[in-house]
Design a protein around this ligand. Structure first.
Ligand code: LLP
Length: 419
């Protein structure tokens, strides 16, 4: 469910016409629906109402501080993977006690920042990291909450680039290795063992891989408890998929039901780290057609957004629906939608049956709220596009369009080049 819909053949976000925003803000831009974001968060949260749980939104999916603030106001925490994300979360007002910190490569200064903040726990991905966190905490005279990120070796049946819970992936520690590390952790006096965590992959469209992972974690928790190691939190990560095209991912209610049913008497507080399922279908990328052409019969629609703005099609061959902002009917054509970047891989859609877009018309690239702006870059020296949030009949720029000065900020020409 989202709030992007046509009224009299014009695309609206909630009560605002997308065309009107484009007229004032220029193109391209990301557009998010406040109502959709809030509803997605609430639906996910409510699905777990029967069990003690925390929703730690995965900041990497969309890290705009206004969006983080929205979730913080709903009572959410966050899952981070860098000091930069921690900075954002704090700026947005997320409570430190609701922050978990994942990632295989935490730097010392990032660990220190998180320790100073007093986050709930680190999801630790190696024995060396465990020892490093212990040392940093000892130096600072604090105790670090930790969970080990277990690699449960289950196949999430998703795109290989975004599957993370297989043993050949770099993430986490295998179950037997984790047992050894937990025993090590007991002896490290500046650590406070809080839980077990995992994250099996992203855009997972079935419930079964999550349940397989959960079963392995339950077994590990049982073994740890037998050894007297208390486990209070079970972090199942994120990864629930969305419909970009014809996928039929489980509704959060179905996902939750299966998890709740599989975890009777576990006596843990669950943590979830959803990203895409909350923000993915709450955002679109709006772009304008610059030109159309046909090379030897192959048709191209050239738009003003490129792979630097939305890299998912180029990087993963990801599918995003393309819709006209103003529907005018007429014939459909088979075409590629491409951007202005000097790379063959710069496309937003390939071989699609699309309306016969004309120069100047607006196009909406759907389901772009997750890993859209967050993965954008300045490649080809293109200023990053603005992010706009609609709430009912008003819209707000939550990140300004970058300028050319922004592009060269921080660059310096050494003196020797000036003589
Ligand atoms: N927790 C951890 C530890 C993660 O690594 C991720 C995503 C999440 C939570 C959130 O997963 P989600 O609920 O959004 O699936 N750029 C790729 C997706 C990479 C996901 C990386 N980790 C894409 O555009 O599809």
């Amino acid at each position: 469910m989202n709030y992007f819909d046509y009224r009299d053949n014009r695309l609206f976000c909630e009560e605002v016409s997308v065309e009107e925003i484009a007229r004032e803000a220029g193109t391209p831009f990301y557009l998010y629906s406040h109502r959709t974001l809030k509803q997605h968060f609430q639906v996910f949260d409510a699905a777990f109402g029967e069990i003690p749980h925390m929703i730690c939104y995965a900041v990497k999916a969309n890290s705009n501080t206004a969006i983080l603030r929205l979730f913080a106001r709903e009572g959410g925490g966050v899952d981070l993977v860098s000091g930069g994300e921690l900075y954002r979360a704090l700026k947005a007002g997320v409570e430190p006690g609701k922050i978990v910190y994942s990632g295989v490569g935490k730097r010392d200064d990032e660990i220190d920042f998180a320790l100073k903040t007093g986050i709930l726990m680190f999801n630790v991905e190696s024995d060396q990291e465990l020892r490093t966190i212990n040392e940093r905490a000892a130096t600072m005279g604090v105790r670090a909450g930790i969970a080990l990120r277990v690699n449960p070796d289950v196949d999430p049946q998703t795109h290989p680039h975004i599957s993370t819970g297989l043993k050949e992936n770099k993430f986490g520690i295998d179950v037997e290795g984790a047992l050894v590390s937990y025993r090590n952790a007991v002896a490290l006096s500046s650590l406070d063992i809080k839980g077990v965590s995992c994250h099996i992959g992203s855009q997972v469209t079935k419930v079964s891989p999550f349940i397989d992972a959960l079963e392995r974690l339950k077994d590990l928790i049982r073994r740890l408890r037998e050894e007297g190691i208390a486990i209070r939190y079970l972090d199942l990560g994120g990864g629930l998929g969305i419909a970009y095209d014809r996928e039929t991912p489980p509704h959060p209610d179905e996902y939750a039901r299966a998890i709740i049913d599989a975890s009777k008497d576990l006596d843990c507080t669950f943590i979830f780290e959803p990203g895409r399922v909350i923000v993915g279908n709450a955002g679109i990328l709006v772009t304008r057609v610059l030109y159309t052409k046909a090379n030897d019969g192959k048709r191209f629609i050239i738009v003003d957004a490129g792979m630097n703005d939305l890299i998912r099609p180029s990087l993963y061959g990801a599918f995003h629906q393309i819709r006209p902002v103003v529907r005018r009917g007429g014939e459909e054509i088979m075409a590629d939608v491409v951007g202005p970047i000097c790379e063959t891989g710069d496309f937003l859609a390939r071989g699609r049956l699309l309306p016969d877009f004309r120069r100047g018309e607006l196009m909406a690239v759907m389901s772009a709220g997750a890993y859209g702006f967050a993965m954008s870059s300045n490649y080809n020296s293109r200023p990053r596009v603005p992010e706009i949030l609609v709430r009912d009949e008003r819209w707000y720029v939550i990140r300004k369009r970058e300028t050319c000065e922004d592009l060269t900020r921080g660059e310096e020409i050494p003196d020797f080049m000036n003589v």
